[in-house]
Design a protein around this ligand. Sequence first.
Ligand SMILES: *[C@@H]1O[C@H](CO)[C@@H](O)[C@H](O)[C@H]1NC(C)=O
Ligand SMILES: *[C@@H]1O[C@H](CO)[C@@H](O)[C@H](O)[C@H]1NC(C)=O
Ligand SMILES: *[C@@H]1O[C@H](CO)[C@@H](O)[C@H](O)[C@H]1NC(C)=O
Ligand SMILES: *[C@@H]1O[C@H](CO)[C@@H](O)[C@H](O)[C@H]1NC(C)=O
Length: 482
Amino acid sequence: MILLGVLLLGVFPILGALAQDCEANPTGEDTTSLTISEPDQLRAFDNCTRILGGFSILNTFKGPFVLNSVTNITGFITLDSLVDTVDGIDALEMANLRWIMGLRLRRTAMLNRVQLPSLEEAAKDMEFELGPEGSWFDLQALKRVERLLIRGVRADATLPSLETVDWVLSIDSDPRSNANVSSTPVNIDLPVLKEAGTLNFYGQIRNLSLPNLAALNRDGSLTWGGLNVRADSVEFPGVFLPSLGEVNGELGFKGHIPRIELPGIEHTDASITINTNSEVAISSSLKDLGALYIRGQLTALNLSSLTNATTLDIHSDTKVACPINLISTHRRLYGTYEPPFCTDASLAAAGENPYTHYALPPSLQPTPSPEPEPFWSPTPTPTPRPDSSGGGGGLSEGARTAVIVVVVVLVACAVLGGFFIWRRKSSERQVGDLKGNVDASLGAMTAGMRHGSADSAAAGQERSSDHDAPPPYSREPPSAKG
Ligand SMILES: *[C@@H]1O[C@H](CO)[C@@H](O)[C@H](O)[C@H]1NC(C)=O
Ligand SMILES: *[C@@H]1O[C@H](CO)[C@@H](O)[C@H](O)[C@H]1NC(C)=O
Ligand SMILES: *[C@@H]1O[C@H](CO)[C@@H](O)[C@H](O)[C@H]1NC(C)=O
Ligand SMILES: *[C@@H]1O[C@H](CO)[C@@H](O)[C@H](O)[C@H]1NC(C)=O
């Protein structure tokens, strides 16, 4: 027995040392992947721990894809069907795989199991589509992925270790290939996810848990960054994002969404689009946001800190008590057009609309838009606005003073400039006169005017003529805009 134990202890390190690199396609023309048409072909890799290259699975492959010894696949596993669906491959099992470049299984109607319990990282994209009722996936060790798309989710979708999604995570309960399957709502649980570019959740969702999500599209590098939720299940309680503090891009909520809570965020340029077919109660600590579009039946709109938005396009079947800040923000944007979603009592509590009797110069009149454009295009593009923090008033006292100072400085510059030009001109007088004579036949008038203004500067320097070239160090005066 002791001898056996010693033997085993001795053998295991040797097995470890036998870690074996295998090339997926040592002879074929395509050096990056091996084409696989049946499960038996994988036997050749039984003792491999690392596979250099990847696998391209044919549509005709039937049965499970199993490679349990492998820890690292440096290439991609792909099955990208050109036909509508593939009903051959039914499982993907790699118990020890820790790293893969990428995985693309598209339109796999019979796939019912994706078992990658040790996988920690996918460098590029991972995409798979589950088919039958009862399908499941295990990605319990996955920490980081660039792009993860899972379609046809049938059981609770938990990614207990996932912290970072560099680009996009989409979880969709809708089966593309088997639309008849009645799916039961699933829980989506992402307990440690902190950061993502874009998150998309679609379909029959019973619950969505993102307790630690802090940032979406933090650096703003993605055109489509943000969050999209489309909930079809009447069991869905709503979206609660307690840790979200930073968003660039868009937040979109559609379907049955009774509650939207964003208690941790104050500033964003993101636009928020809410289009529910349920009642919806919204609350957030937001102070600034981009555009806010709401269609639905509001039961609460607690945006009591909001003081800045580019657009408030809100239409509700019911009226809600609006916080005073929200009413003021709406009035600054739309003047006499009062927010139609606020109760009369809350409007009264906000006092008289200051724009009702206040005659602004026409250029500063806020443009009321009583019937805002229908917004429900796929991507409402927020209209960039001029950065007018003043909000409706004329030029402030400070701005007026600044304009006066700028004008005085400019005049002084012009006078000084004229003086220097005169100094130079007078030292070049002879050359200038000579040149003037040469040019006389072509531009006597121009030459004369130039000399004339130089002379007047020499004589009195009272004011610089409009025809004088500006001194080289002066700038165009900033065009005075309101
Ligand atoms: C894997 O290792 C076992 C035991 O060492 C050996 O019998 C088998 O032939 C090896 N398989 C391959 C494909 O090399
Ligand atoms: C797997 O191989 C790739 C490519 O050689 C390497 O970048 C990666 O770090 C490896 N991962 C593990 C866990 O060994
Ligand atoms: C979908 O279900 C309907 C009735 O339940 C059936 O008639 C139809 O053939 C089904 N379609 C598919 C593609 O299974
Ligand atoms: C639903 O998710 C919330 C967090 O968003 C969590 O507090 C709650 O326990 C979850 N409910 C169920 C039934 O999983």
